[in-house]
Design a protein around this ligand. Structure first.
Ligand code: GCW
Length: 840
């Protein structure tokens, strides 16, 4: 290669590396290998791929291997259907291989869905054998082999068996038939549109492929707040179409149903589960569905919860309700998932003994042993509702004769939705590894109990509420894809470490550049703690707008309503007293060893202190810090950490393709601004409530900040931020452009000359796109539109957005002018301007 060829090659390589990527391929990019790795795998991977099994799932495995090898090695394997005399990858069940080549003597007992990757050498010929007891196992083995190559792991002399930890590895879609998604932040539904399955279901097939690559084997395809129409006979073909799209990937479909269906769509006068006609109706309706979809995996049921009807209408138990459906499913091998998320959302908050956290245990504990064998109680990881930190639900350790599954929320409802990066695997790991002290078995961790191991249950496992939609990158945030990946990997093997999972995901998704990988690891692995720090530390839960969007900060929203996410913060102290001694008795729902640890202040972990105890603000944590000072410090630490993420990410410019680089940068920058909004709102609220000032003097004291209401205003008018809470705006006030086409806020700068960053805090609502321009003197220095897809439809903390304008030279006497042009309901509102000196 001469010099110009060499240069050309380098150029080609870097262009190839950096071409824009949308994120659609997620972790299945099969990026071309290079250098020594390419040479080595080209030698080790044979030219032929022999597929002995003839199922549609095996054909997916075959095609995936061809696709993956073509991508990574640039070679198209020859697809054959019998074992050749030359080296080959051989894909077949144990039985098929035994029949085809008895001489190999491949003996093993492999559980359903397990696989075995084995090198068989016959003279000078090498076979890479992918075998399993069923076709799904073959597919998982194929993905495992491809993953190894993509991760640079050796594939010579293979002898690896992997079996899934639990039989149930499902995702739940909260997709509505109209195409919207409850708590979905990645665009509209890939499944539904206008009350029917979408015309074009290719995205569903591609989703099935992503799920299969993780070993996920079931997908419940509609919202648990179920539209009764899913059960009407003329709707069944819609379900069948989706089942057809997922079947090649070994993903079986389930549906969520409404318990009132026998009456609402069945024409009966009742839906009493003990009524013979009702049982008959369920049976015949499900028989009908099974005729069209013989491999339907089962049904998910949310009953007697958040306004859904349930057995309580007739004074029947959850077991009566679950069993009537389970019996209709039984002959078809289907499972009935009964959600443990049953609680009263009209609880009297004045009664200090009332406690929503008690609900799951109180509702289900006494029914242990009353559920049929194909019923699974689906239990959220914590006792409340996917908050930023909760202890493991005590119900896990309380059911011995009942199947369980742990429900994890992949979609980031209380975790900043698609706008904040929060990697949830470390949190899930903590719950899964938590020791319930149930039973006498060796393993009594939540994962062992949920998987059915502790009490030798016939069914058990994982259900994850998915985070995907029609957005090109699936989840609305490139970095949030890691949560789906991590969920699937944990459901397959919960013993994997968070670090291992994250490293895999990063390499597969962004390639093997150690600087990129280390930076992403640093961000993702600390992101849960960071988010907790600036939202609700010490077990306060997410201090968000409980009655609104579950996104914005709103400390008081948790109180004085029936939803029961109370933290009981007032002028004297903070935290929910859940002790047996003086509180709600919730702690007594745990096994004695756990209860003892939580009941005592000495042994209760700081991270859960305020979830379990009510203490004065001056109470000293194990670290020696007071609770109130911890609240201040953690919020500043959290916000600083996100600012640092932005800096770290910027150092990756040129190492990550431009499209994803700039999307992630924009997301992190936005998050850094929101973290400050959270920080300021929470610290202000607690400083006012506790009357104990931040020892470091930061709360409510912001150097360099100029409130918009104190600037020279032309057409802008000053408003209280109400009805949003006062602390949602700096100084409690904002300016809005209500009656003019253009409004301006001006500041005469009188500080030191030098280089500055200008931070403009403005309000970006969902219903309008205002336009902003910033001038220093006559010079336009920045211009933007309020066009983010934020959830807020009013001016509140969730709409509060920071525009950072770096590198501005200021001199005393300069005039800084912000000009806002409103649009619709979005009134180009401003909170403040901050002028921050830059380091030289
Ligand atoms: O977290 C809450 C959500 C609801 C959801 C409910 C549930 C599907 O705010 O949107 O409804 O949990 O899990 O049933």
């Amino acid at each position: 290669m001469n010099r110009s060829e060499a240069l050309g090659a380098v150029f080609f390589l870097s262009v190839g590396l950096l071409r824009g990527e949308s994120g659609y391929d997620a972790w299945l990019r099969y990026e071309r290998l290079s250098g020594a790795a390419l040479d080595q795998y080209r030698q080790e991977v044979p030219a032929v791929l022999a597929t002995l099994d003839e199922s549609v799932v095996s054909f997916s495995a075959r095609d995936e291997i061809v696709r993956g090898m073509r991508g990574m090695l640039g070679r198209t394997l020859r697809a054959e259907s019998s074992v050749p005399q030359e080296s080959a990858v051989v894909l077949g069940t144990l039985e098929e291989i035994r029949r085809a080549v008895p001489a190999w003597r491949l003996e093993a007992s492999l559980a359903a869905d397990a696989f075995w990757l084995k090198t068989v050498t016959a003279g000078r010929v090498n076979y890479i054998v992918i075998t399993a007891s069923n076709d799904r196992g073959l597919l998982y083995g194929a993905f495992a082999l491809l993953r190894k190559i993509a991760l640079g792991e050796p594939v010579a002399n293979l002898d690896e068996r992997e079996a899934p930890y639990a039989p149930i590895r499902w995702v739940n879609q909260w997709d509505n038939l109209d195409g919207s998604i409850e708590r979905g932040y990645g665009g509209r539904s890939i499944f539904w549109e206008n009350g029917r399955a979408r015309e074009d279901l290719r995205r569903v097939g591609d989703y099935g492929r992503l799920l299969a690559s993780l070993g996920i084997n079931g997908c419940s395809i509609n919202n648990v707040n179920a539209n009764p129409r899913v059960l009407s006979p003329d709707f069944t073909p819609q379900i069948a179409r989706i089942a057809d799209a997922l079947r090649p990937w070994g993903v079986r479909v389930a549906i969520a149903v409404d318990f009132g269906s026998p009456k609402s769509i069945g024409g009966l006068e009742t839906f009493d589960p003990l009524d013979f006609k009702v049982a008959e109706w369920w049976k015949s309706r499900l028989d009908g569905i099974y005729q069209a979809i013989p491999d339907l995996a089962g049904i998910v049921l949310k009953a007697d919860s958040e306004g859904r009807v349930g057995p309580s209408t007739y004074g029947r138990s959850h077991a009566d309700a679950a069993n009537v459906l389970a019996r209709a499913l039984k002959t078809h091998g289907g499972l009935l998932f009964y959600r443990g998320f049953v609680y009263d959302h009209h609880m009297d908050w004045n009664n200090p003994k009332n406690d929503r956290a008690r609900a799951a245990y109180d509702n289900f504990h006494d029914l242990d042993g009353k559920f049929d064998d194909n019923v699974v109680i689906q239990i959220k990881n914590g006792p409340i509702d996917f908050q930023v930190r909760e202890p493991a639900s005590p119900l896990f350790g309380a059911l011995e004769k009942t199947n369980e599954a742990i429900e994890l929320q992949i979609t980031q409802e209380y975790f900043g939705q698609a706008f904040h990066t929060v990697f949830l695997v470390p949190m899930w790991k903590e719950v899964l590894d938590f020791d319930t002290h149930a039973g006498n078995a060796m393993a009594s961790t939540v994962k062992a109990v949920a998987a059915g191991k502790t009490f030798a249950r016939p069914a058990g496992g994982f259900a994850g509420v998915a985070n995907i939609g029609l957005d090109e990158n699936w989840s609305g945030n490139q970095l949030s894809q890691a949560n789906l990946y991590g969920y699937g990997r944990l459901a397959w093997n919960p013993d994997l470490s968070a670090k291992r999972i994250l490293d895999e995901w990063t390499k597969l998704t962004f390639g093997a550049d150690s600087k990129v990988d280390n930076t992403i690891a640093a961000i993702q692995l600390s992101s849960w703690r960071t988010y907790e720090n600036y939202t609700g530390p010490l077990g306060l839960q997410t201090l968000t707008d409980i009655v609104g969007d579950h996104y914005s900060v709103n400390v008081e929203a948790s109180e004085r309503n029936g939803w029961g996410q109370w933290h009981r913060a007032d002028e004297n102290g903070v935290g929910m007293d859940r002790t047996v001694a003086s509180g709600t008795g919730y702690i007594g729902q745990y096994r004695p060893a756990v209860a003892k640890m939580y009941e005592s202040l000495e042994t209760c972990p700081d991270d859960l202190l305020l979830f379990l105890h009510h203490v004065p603000y001056s109470y000293k944590l194990h670290s020696g810090k007071t609770v109130i000072q911890y609240i201040y410090d953690s919020h500043y630490e959290g916000a600083d950490a996100v600012a640092e993420y932005v800096r770290q990410w910027k150092a990756l410019r040129g190492r990550v393709d431009e499209q994803r680089y700039s999307q992630i940068l924009a997301q992190l920058r936005y998050q850094a601004g929101q973290a400050i909004v959270w920080r300021d709102a929470v610290t202000t609220w607690f400083q006012r409530a506790s009357k104990i000032v931040d020892a470091q003097g930061r709360a409510e004291h912001y150097p360099g900040r100029y409130e918009a209401e104190s600037m020279k205003l032309d057409a802008y008018t000053v408003h209280d931020i109400a009805p949003a809470p006062a602390e949602d705006a700096s100084g409690g006030k904002i300016v809005a452009c209500t009656g003019a086409a253009v409004c301006t806020a001006t500041l005469d700068y009188n500080g030191e000359p030098g280089w500055y960053t200008l931070n403009v805090e403005y309000f970006d609502l969902a219903n309008g796109i205002s336009h902003y321009r910033v001038f220093v003197g006559k010079q336009l220095v920045a211009e933007w539109s309020g066009d983010l897809r934020l959830p807020s439809r009013r001016m509140d903390a969730g709409a509060s957005t920071r525009r950072v304008i770096p590198g501005i030279a200021l001199r005393p006497g300069d005039e800084i002018r912000i000009e806002g042009r409103p649009d619709g309901r979005e009134q180009a509102a401003l909170d403040y301007l901050e002028i921050v000196r830059e380091k030289n």
